[in-house]
Design a protein around this ligand. Sequence first.
Ligand code: ZN
Length: 492
Amino acid sequence: MTASELQNQVCREWTEKLLAMTKEMRRRDLSFHLGSEQTRNDTPSPMDLADVEEIKHAFGTAGFDGRVYYQAVDYFIRSKVEPFQAVLNTWMRGAKANVNAGKVPFTEVITWCQDIGDNQARSALAKEVRSICAFLAPFSYASWKALLNVLEHDLGYPEYIAFCEEKRDVSLAVSGSHAQDFLSDTRETYRGLIDPWLNTVTGLSLKDASRFDAIYLLGLRYLDHLFPQGLTIEKIVSFFREWGMDLGNPALHIHSEGIPGRQSYCIPVDIPGEVHVILGPLHGWLDMESLFHELGHALSFIYTDPSLPPEEKDFFQSGALSEAFAFLFQRMCMSREFLQEILGLSSENAQTVSRAHVLKWLTLTRRYGAKLVIEVENFRLGRLKKGQSLYSEVMGRETCFYYDPETYLFDLMPDFYSLDYFQAFIGSACLREYLNQAAGDDWILNPETGSILHHWWRNGNRLDLSAFLQETLDRPLESGPFIKVNQYDLGS
Ligand SMILES: [Zn+2]
């Protein structure tokens, strides 16, 4: 065997091994989220630093080959940080907020706030959550410290930002400044809309409102009396049939269980062969939004070309493209056209629900834009715990709701996922604008939309979101379509 044949064989073996590990990890996540304990003993052998070094040597750190290396790095980091995360999870599971003689589990605070229309109860909860976060912060901090230590001491990345930039092939400074621009461009519109909306729904004014009131406002439960009675997942399945998509596909598993509003997930155990969607029962708008969001992920995975190599479908370092498909669907199902034409709402009711959703969308996009700005600045200055004052200040300014500094670490996602979300909100509007132009104003009802989506999804995760927009649609990732599409809806 020649040196290069040997090298090829080494690469093939590592790729296969990492693919098996990735699937096993996703299967563990699936068991965890379905509430079944891990009983399998065939957890893959741990990866040590020498393995990571060998993979780095064999694949390098750039392009598609580099994705194999970063997949190994992620696996290595996860195995080192998991014990700290497990301690945090145990404490989080035990923590409860006392509100009006009842107990709200810390892990269910968001669902609880979405349901509770009593302003005073939410305000009492906010105080309790502050104390719980202050108590739990050292455990979250330990988990972050473990991550940064592994990066610096084992992997030789002294700076978190530099590591994330290299891994994702992106400039976080540039992305942060795009988010700044978006915040400036939409600030005035947002401020003019958010106060009257909050006031109409809750009677509160912004100066007295916290992020927990925002969660209630965005949960839209107070509009659930307009939700069509008896709407079932089967009815939604029939909508997708118009696009030539079969939700009865054996690769797709929908688990609709637990409480309404529970955190939903899409877990692609094997792309495209086995994809799971986990969500609560379909009781209201929020549940339907979750369903469409997760289906955006799931359908894009099950219609991926099975012959793509793992580097182009299973190993991807940015979730933005998949999130953009998810947001495209989520926003679509709450549009006036969908509510009226597919769900049969009256034009007045469709207008009420879709208008609320446009405001929700702007609020969420600004929230993730602000988070991105804060995280880039805090990590640039090496601030972890100390980053909480900037967090409270910027979130307060940009969302107009009060954010407790103590909650910072619990609102901080690893790997700059705030960038993925922010880009996906913006990018999904670019996708929508394209569909509008290519399949017409009635793109939601046009079977042509289904063919375009199939075509997009075949390529899996070969491209990240910006490259996808540029290469497939010949347009940049920019916020113009987001602002245009959503202002159009607001004014109508
Ligand atoms: Zn998602």
